[in-house]
Design a protein around this ligand. Structure first.
Ligand code: KIV
Length: 282
């Protein structure tokens, strides 16, 4: 078994084999992710789209996130768990500290993640000052869907690349333990990775970042649609649908439950019961 990742170890994970992060939203997923041995489990606010049926992460609340983080913690007690601060939960310093504190105390998270660069630095600072490890998130930040004008690849022009690089430098200087880079060109992912002393975790940022993160449903082939960067490594959706159809067909033909999956009473007991009950008939 590999050694448990911590925020401190994570921070110095540079120039080493790529880290494997995976999202999880419930007990079973966490159990499987821990058994497979991922380095870090992210309880992403993508729970809103993957599990709660919303079409964005905007409606996800702090209560939703704490609940899901608790389920994940129970399934993966020995894996570093990062919990995502949802939309508006870090809009003021007071709210930031209160909400991140809930993750640490109620769900036993190891670190929290928030979206944005210099514009969220007050939130980053108040957390780090209070010993709460922080993971940054730059590039395509889904909580900004309305201001980004949709889920678009970011940092494609000279100025926007510069902004992203400056944001990454600022987050690293202020003490975050990793930065998620989402939906940016591979060259930008590599450049940021080379420029900063903390690990970058890519999702649609090329293969030169210090690690990768994927959304559970997309990694395992549970979704029906995939963004360009997501590769399903299994066909769980197909397997599940096939399994349900087989169940349906065996129930309808009475092939299930068969003898092996039924409980039995001995002939002796049955005969005794039957004689007795027959005698009682009016
Ligand atoms: O919410 C999430 O799952 C995330 C990942 C996509 C990085 O933030």
């Amino acid at each position: 078994m590999t050694e448990r990742m911590t925020a401190q170890k994570l921070r110095s994970h540079k120039g080493q084999p790529p880290l494997v992060w995976l999202t999880a939203y419930d007990y079973t997923q966490a159990l499987l992710a821990e058994e497979a041995g991922v380095d870090v489990i992210l309880v992403g606010d993508s729970v809103g789209t993957t599990t709660m049926g919303y079409d964005s992460t905007i409606p996800v609340t702090m209560d939703n996130m704490v609940y899901h983080a608790q389920l994940v913690r129970r399934g993966a007690p020995n894996t570093m768990m990062v919990a995502d601060l949802p939309y508006l939960s870090y809009a003021t310093e007071e709210r930031t500290l209160q909400n991140a504190g809930r993750f640490m105390q109620e769900a036993l998270a190891d670190a929290v993640k928030l979206e944005g660069g210099r514009r969220v630095m007050a939130a980053v600072d108040i957390l780090i000052k209070n010993d709460i490890p922080v993971v940054g998130h730059l590039g395509l930040t889904p909580q900004s869907v309305h201001t980004m004008g949709g889920y678009r690849v970011q940092a494609k022009s000279k100025d926007s690349i510069q902004q992203l690089v400056d944001d990454a430098r600022a987050l690293a200087d202020h003490g975050v333990c990793a930065i998620v880079l989402e939906g940016i060109p591979d060259r930008v992912g590599q450049y940021v990775t080379d420029q900063i002393a903390v690990p970058t975790i890519g999702i649609g940022a090329g293969n030169q970042t210090d690690g990768q993160v994927l959304v559970f449903n997309e990694c395992l082939g549970l979704s029906s649609r995939y963004p360009k960067f997501a590769k399903p490594f299994a066909d769980v959706r197909g397997t599940v649908i096939q399994g349900i159809r087989q169940y349906q067909s065996e129930v309808q033909s009475r092939a299930f439950p068969d003898d092996e999956h039924s409980y039995h009473v001995t002939d002796k007991e049955w005969d005794a019961f039957w004689q007795n009950d027959r005698g009682r008939r009016p």
